[in-house]
Design a protein around this ligand. Structure first.
Ligand SMILES: C[S@@+](CC[C@H](N)C(=O)[O-])C[C@H]1O[C@@H](n2cnc3c(N)ncnc32)[C@H](O)[C@@H]1O
Length: 248
């Protein structure tokens, strides 16, 4: 397992450091320095560089069941237009497009590395305009009013810099009756992980629903799930997660 994290300056859009993993230090989690943990949190919030690609692969493997639960909750129908915020490497895109005939997908992320990886892994769908990926600033959604039928986002809420403004934006770009499904790991599961004291804002169901209801959304479905994970992310072996679905 590659454990040692070497800091490099980040040249990309989102803030933070680029880290490179080497095999110099084959220690357990407890041997990580605070700097290492801060860098890991930074990579999870905005993967960058070669290590970011590796983190993107690990995130996909670790989080695929959360993504699948979010998709179940979203109930994507034929010809619907879907937005995903924070797609990571989007290795799951094929599963989204397979949900129904004629689905069109738009992905937004703040990480240039994830934007590039997602385009590369999903070239065939981008070429036939079933999928489009764009970078954005993390708050202001570059789409018109009432563009999307469904919006999903998985493991991103912890990193939202301006949550109320972003939720207002999500409301704006949804069509009337459109829905937003947010999948997140519960604060109670996440707070014991040593890297979540950096970068992460942790939520429980009440704080998520309060945030959404303040911006006029109506809660239509809450799904709670416990999972044991063969996680590639250090220390993350099990978690309680929730998918909250709200409607415009
Ligand atoms: C922990 S990863 C989760 C990736 C993927 N959804 C998954 O569950 O495997 C967080 C992703 O959200 C992106 N991200 C962070 N802040 C964001 C924001 N405000 N809006 C959209 N994406 C964001 C990161 O660049 C990264 O790709």
């Amino acid at each position: 397992m590659l454990k040692h994290l070497e800091l490099k300056p980040n040249k990309q859009g989102c803030k933070g450091n680029k880290i490179t993993m080497t095999n110099k230090n084959k220690g357990m989690m407890k041997e990580f320095t605070q700097k290492d943990l801060a860098s890991l949190a930074n990579q999870l919030s905005c993967p960058s560089g070669t290590s970011g690609i590796e983190v993107g692969n690990k995130m996909h493997q670790t989080n695929i069941s959360m993504t699948q639960k979010a998709l179940e909750a979203a109930q994507i129908l034929s010809n619907q237009v879907v937005l995903e915020l924070g797609h990571g490497n989007a290795a799951h895109l094929e599963q989204i497009l397979a949900k129904a005939q004629g689905v069109t997908y738009h992905g937004l992320d703040v990480s240039e590395t994830m934007y590039e990886q997602a385009q590369k892994l999903n070239k065939e769908f981008v070429e036939v305009q079933k999928a489009k990926f764009s970078l954005y600033d993390g708050t202001n959604i570059p789409y018109d009013v009432a563009t999307f039928d469904k919006i999903i986002t998985v493991n991103t809420i912890y990193f939202w810099q301006q949550p109320a403004q972003l939720v207002r934006e999500l409301y704006r770009v949804l069509k009337p009756q459109g829905s937003l499904s947010i999948a997140f790991a519960q604060k109670s599961s996440m707070e014991s992980l040593p890297f979540t004291k950096y970068e992460f804002a942790l939520y429980d169901t009440d704080t998520v629903t309060e945030l959404l209801e303040k911006e006029r959304f109506r809660v239509v479905n809450v799904v709670d799930q416990y999972e044991q994970i063969n996680s590639k992310i250090e220390g993350l072996n099990e978690r309680d997660f929730t998918v909250v679905t709200v409607q415009k």
